[in-house]
Ligand binder design. Structure first.
Ligand code: NAG
Ligand code: NAG
Ligand code: NAG
Ligand code: NAG
Length: 489
């Protein structure tokens, strides 16, 4: 009996390993995406696959006999399999509601690329998506929800709601808001952003009321890109049964909040603690919204009243890197974010969305998508050489002819004589950068040399652009080799 048990033990361990490896390494995300679309059952689907896994383990005939007979696997094997599992297994697209917020003045310009990428069926089931707007529209499988419909009776004829009333009138007169270069294009009524702030509270109310089984409400805007697999992996570190409100740190009007454009997530427990307790928040915060600038701040203000606070450690107001309120080429890549997982970009164009989606599809999310990975794949080849007519990069230090005697200087190693001459030419500026141990980019115009320990790609003026005739020539350069020192252990 004892002998028999001992003999079975290694075999069982091997079986468990093989099945786990198969389970975690097989294209499970795709498999999950093709599950039935009803979010009402999605929580159970997640649990079911967990149960299924155990069933496989206990049923030996699922394991090929020759594998059973192979020598005991090394200890590493199950560990690495478990690691892969925890990175992409614990939260699936079925577990969340992805909220896309758009508006009548932007949707035909910004939403369309998302329909084939961010909102693609192969990525997340349609039933786990909702699009909130200020118009009811149908586009393909999707219907945008007019989230202000119930507010229009309170808002009445206030000027803030001018656009809300004017939009349908423009449409009825055959004017389009598309910038498509076809006759009929108009800018539409101005001030779409004014009604925008009124959407945050009613959309959260509506989302929680209508998708009660979602573990997380993940919010994005039509100029946001979320790397959804990475966001899911990040959120799986948190318990959705606790009140969590997570995203990119912002502060305004005495309130810390998750920046809307960078995307954010609210756990089901956070919703229940606030909107779930008081279903009248849309009315109660109408005045406050009218008096304040920003819907994301208004949402934080309302959540705060119910004890739901922004932050990664039970509402401590802190966040690490990952949700980014800028587009990739305006972002400062630094030592501090290089090894952090990348969750989002904001102020993105459709062409960016298409490129990000290609990267996302080709990336193996069994390990996190780091800022470093994004930079390596999308940007490194673009910062190899000095560029003329290229600028819009920040600089922590500026050396000019005006401060050449005593220019601001870094606290770490640099060569003072070279540094002071940085203002003389592009070559001198580059030399100054090389002389500072942490410098990774420089830019030069007239007699101004700017130096930075972060990498921004920035923007330039193409040869045909009129700005080349009307502005000063900036020259910019990077020291990409130094990025090798920003290693991720
Ligand atoms: C949009 O739909 C809602 C309910 O689905 C309805 O109450 C509202 O009148 C509709 N709005 C428009 C402009 O059709
Ligand atoms: C408007 O109110 C009705 C009735 O309470 C509700 O069913 C509907 O979901 C609300 N619509 C929105 C967009 O909030
Ligand atoms: C909802 O809030 C509004 C505005 O504060 C208030 O006038 C109304 O009485 C409230 N309704 C309910 C049912 O509490
Ligand atoms: C000169 C110029 O174009 N500056 C822009 C650089 O980019 C930032 C944001 O990324 C803008 O705010 C500046 O206006």
């Amino acid at each position: 009996m004892t002998y028999r048990n001992n003999r079975m033990a290694p075999a069982l361990i091997i079986a468990v390993c093989i099945v786990s490896i198969y389970f975690f390494l097989s294209p499970a995300p795709n498999h999950r995406l093709s599950q039935p679309l009803d979010l009402g059952t999605s929580v159970k689907i997640g649990e079911a696959s967990h149960v299924q896994q155990h069933e496989h383990v206990s049923s030996e005939q699922d394991v090929p006999p020759q594998e059973m007979a192979s020598p005991p696997a090394e200890d590493k094997e199950p560990d690495s399999a478990a690691h892969v599992g925890s990175a992409d297994g614990s939260l699936s697209p079925n577990d969340v509601l992805l909220i896309m917020k758009t508006g009548g003045t932007t949707m035909w310009k910004r939403l369309l690329a998302h329909l084939m990428t961010s909102l693609a069926e192969e990525r997340i089931p349609h039933n786990n998506i909702v699009i909130y707007s200020d118009l009811n529209e149908t586009i393909g499988h999707f219907r945008t929800i007019d989230v202000l419909a119930n507010m229009s009776h309170i808002a009445g004829n206030t000027p803030d709601f001018d656009v809300y009333r004017q939009q349908p009138e423009y449409m009825a007169h055959n004017y389009y808001v598309e910038a498509s270069g076809v006759a009929g294009d108009e800018w539409g009524p101005t001030g779409g952003w004014i009604i925008d702030k009124y959407k945050f509270i009613p959309l959260m109310q509506h989302a929680g009321d209508n998708w009660p089984r979602a573990k997380w409400y993940i919010y994005m805007e039509d100029d946001t890109y979320l790397f959804l697999p990475q966001v899911l992996s990040y959120l799986s570190r948190f318990d959705h049964r606790r009140p969590h409100y997570l995203g990119s740190y912002a502060a305004k009007s005495d309130r810390v909040f998750a920046h809307g454009g960078a995307g954010f997530a609210v756990s089901r427990a956070a919703w229940e603690k606030s909107f779930g307790v008081n279903s009248n928040l849309t009315n109660e915060y109408y005045e406050y919204t009218a008096d304040h600038c920003c819907g994301d701040q208004v949402l934080a203000h309302a959540l705060d009243k119910y004890g739901v606070r922004f932050g990664e450690n039970d509402g401590d107001g802190k966040f690490t890197w990952g949700f980014n309120p800028v587009v990739h080429w305006a972002f400062g890549f630094s030592r501090h974010n290089w090894c952090s997982p990348l969750m989002s970009w904001h102020k993105v164009h459709s062409r960016d969305v298409a490129a990000y989606y290609e990267l996302e599809r080709s990336f193996d999310f069994s390990k996190p998508l780091l800022h470093k990975d994004f930079f390596g794949k999308m940007m490194l080849h673009r910062v190899q050489e000095r560029k003329e007519w290229w600028d819009n990069m920040s600089g922590v230090y500026e050396v000019t002819s005006a401060n050449k005697e005593d220019p601001p200087a870094p606290p770490d190693a640099y060569e003072a004589s070279v540094w002071k001459k940085g203002w003389e030419s592009a070559d001198a500026c580059e030399a100054a950068c090389k002389s500072w141990v942490n410098c990774v980019q420089w830019s030069f115009v007239e007699d101004l040399c700017r130096l930075d320990d972060k990498v921004f790609e920035g923007q330039g003026f193409a040869p045909a652009m009129s700005q080349r005739k009307t502005s000063l020539k900036h020259t910019s350069g990077w020291l990409p080799d130094r990025l090798n020192d920003w290693s991720c252990s």
